[in-house]
Every structure is written in C-alpha cells, then in structure tokens.
Design a protein around this ligand. Sequence first.
Ligand code: CA
Length: 512
Amino acid sequence: MNVRILVLQAALTIVITFPRAAEVPPKALFPGAVPVCSCEDLAKVSLPNTTIDSATLDPSDGSCRVTASVTHPPTGDRVKIFIGLPMTNWNGRFRGNGGGGFSGGSAGSLRGPVAQGYAAGATDTGHEGGSGSFALDANGRLNWQSIVDNAHLGIHEMTVVGKALTHAFYGKAPRYSYFVGGSTGGRQGLMEAQRYPDDYDGILSACPAINWHRFLPADLWPQVVMAAAKNFVSKSKLDAATAAAVAACDAADGITDGVIDDPLRCAYDPKALVGGKVGDDTFTDADADVVRKIWEGPRGQDGKFLWYGLERGADLFALAGTGGSPLSGKPFSIPLEWFQFFLVQNPKWDWTMLTPAGFELLWRQSVEQYGAIIGTDDPDLSRFRDRGGKVIIYHGMADQLIPAAGTIDYYKRVQQQMGGPKKTSQFARLFLAPGVDHGFRGAGPTPTGQMDAIVRWVEEGKAPEKLMAERRDSSGKIIRTRPLFPFPQVAKHKGSGSADAAENFVSRTPAK
Ligand SMILES: [Ca+2]
C-alpha cells in the first residue's frame, strides 16, 4: 500500500487528541470511588446476547480491560466491544470513543480517556480492520446485519455494555456519559443523538462524516471529472490552484495570514492560471476546467446540484490523487470501496470506466439505498434535547475529505427543525475552524479545550460562547491564538493589535 493512502487512512481514522496543555482531568464525581469487585469477576456479568471474552488487568496502565462480544440472533454477527476501567481514579463518567473510515473504533483509543479517569469504551462495530469488504457476505450479497452494526447498532451496543460493566465494577452507574469522535467518530456521535438519544449526555463531533450516503460517493467525483476529461492533473498543478485561490481570497477576511476564513465566499476561478508555468508544465484550459468542477462538486446530467465540492484552500490531491507516467487517477480507497462493495457489489469493479452519467446513477442509488441506515442526517434532535443532551460539532474549513459545507447544511436543517438558531444553540453548537484540514492541521489555528467545554456545558450548564484555537510551530511553541465562535458568528479583528493574539478578535455575524 502506498504511503499516501496510508496517510489518508490515518487521517480518516483520527482519534481526536487534545493538546496536553488543555488536558485537565475533570473532577471526580464520586471521590474515593473504588471497584466493588475484582476485574476478573466482570467475566461473570450476564447481559443479553453478550459474551464476556476476557476481563484482565492491563499491565501497562493497571486498568481493568474487558473484551465482550454481542450478537443479534438469528444472525451470527459478532460486535466486539472493548472497555477500559480505571482501578483507582474513576472520575464517575463513561466515555465512548469513535472510529474512522470503515473502522468502528479500537481498543487502543481507550488509553487516554482511562488515564483521565473515564470508564471508556470502543467497538469494532462488527468487523475487523478498515476495509469496506464487510458489506458483502461470502456469496457476494449485501450483509445487512453487518452494515447495520457498522452504521449505528455497534456503537449503541458498546454503550449499553460499557455502562453496565461500569455499574457492576464500581457499584454505581456513571453520573454522566460522553461520546467523542472525529470523522466516522463524529458521525457515530451524531447518530447516537439522532437514534439512541438516551445513551449520551454530551457529544463531541469533529469533522463528522454525516451525510455519508451523499458525501462519500461525492468523494469519487474528482476522479470521475478527470477520467471524463481524459486529463489527469498533476499534484503540482492542483497545489498551484489551491495556492492561487488562497492568495486571491486570503485578505477578504481582513487578515493576510494564509487562511481563507470563509471559503464559501471565495469564487476564485482557475482560468487566471491558464498559460502559466507550473514547473516545466503549462497550466491548460482543460486543467482549469477540472479544478473548477472539483470545487463546484458533483452535478447531475441536467446540471443540477448533487453535493458540495471541496472548499477553495483545501488540499485537492487527497481526492484528486494522480500518479505514474503517463498520469493516471489514484482514487482515495474509502469512496472507491463504497462503490465496489456497497453500490456495485463487485470487489473487482473498474472505476476508470465510470462516466458522469454512470456516477449520477450510482450516487442516486447510494442516497436511496443507504440514507436511512447510515446517512446520519436526521435533523430531529428533539429526544436528545429533551433529555438534556448537549452536542458540540466542529469542522475544519479546509477539510480535504469531507467538505464542511455538508456539516453547515446539516446544522442549518437542525436549526430549522428545532425552532430556530436560538433554541438550537441551547443544546447544539457548531464551530468552524478556518484553514484546518481533516486532521485539524494546516495554516489555520486548531481548536482546543473541546472536552472541557462539553463537560462544563453538560454538568454546569455553561454553554460554550467560544472555543480557543491555537497554532504551534514545529517546536510546540504557540505562535497564534484565535477565538472560534458558534456558527454563524465569525472572529473579526478589532483593527488594532497583533493578528496572532485572540484578545484582538471579536465576534461578528456576517451578512447573508
Ligand atoms: Ca485571511
């Protein structure tokens, strides 16, 4: 597997970590709480359709680790669940951790939360590894139980088992429960709010892979555009187009800092590059057309909107990857596998034959066939709201895999459904982070303190009026701070003082 794909899979399988400086373990809710049984005793806990596979102390951190499997008769599925329970410093809370890409999650993600005193859980959501091949059974037919386990049921089962084991171990139920995840984990968090609203009190949803049935097939669009044009564009040219867009739109927000604060208002047209040199190569009309169509996003044969394109400023090569000589397309594996295993149901399907018309048919199939199962775009969060749930969503505006426009679209639909912006902001807030990508890296400052923010909101009723974002140099020194305000507010420079210091920014709501 080449390095680029590995890096991107790492990006889609990010486990959200927080800068160490901001990591203050939350206060213990039951001070002095200790286990009421041995770790090994948890093997005797009886739960419906659940087998406790092991319950042993982890020699590396001394925590109690339980592995369990849940099945759904009559199907022979097996959702594997990993639970970590601190022996000495349980803080009284349960925390579920999300996965990435097609991977539901991993036992390795529990280490951080357990160190902070959380009883923590993760799950493989019914299949091992990061491939989409679990969608098909041995006969090549859709394995619906496996698909449902991955889409939503696995996380719910993990939560039920995790809370039960926490209760059995400490003799009391967790006082609060949190779900934390990015990308697929962000989708899993919002799925919990939509479908199993009793599971969590607080949800942190980073760059969520919601609208899965629309955005994931749309992620193949850049390759379809290049194949149709018979013009696979080099990384240097794609990078040149991104750099030109940033140069053109950077200053529109008042600060020339290499970041387009609101790329949705940037209309830079790559025709300005035509005829110019990129290395030894000339940027052509055909190149400009490819880049324009990638930014525009997938359109139907009648020209109508299907889904959002990448924002200007986001790395294009992640989805419009090319390589070899002559150049050919190198699609990102996750959308490609969505077509192969879920839509066409043929692992050997050759994407290079896909025309824009064929793309539209399969995109529509994706919406029809999978929306209700894994779309995660239901704006009705009333059950979650009514039981006091709180959710913080945040998304980088230079996300190269999941355009933030889809998350804004969803949040606006939530606002509409839930009684308007003000009522929505009482339980669900969206923070957009300019200039950061799917892994929260890039020219822009990255959000910090999200976990503190959600805990404070849930437990003290203090809604986050802002998140602090910071940018560090390679030595770890903070070189820029910037506030992020809840959507639709943006951070605006006061007009005096350093543009690298958060205190010189105020919130402003832009005109529509
Ligand atoms: Ca700027």
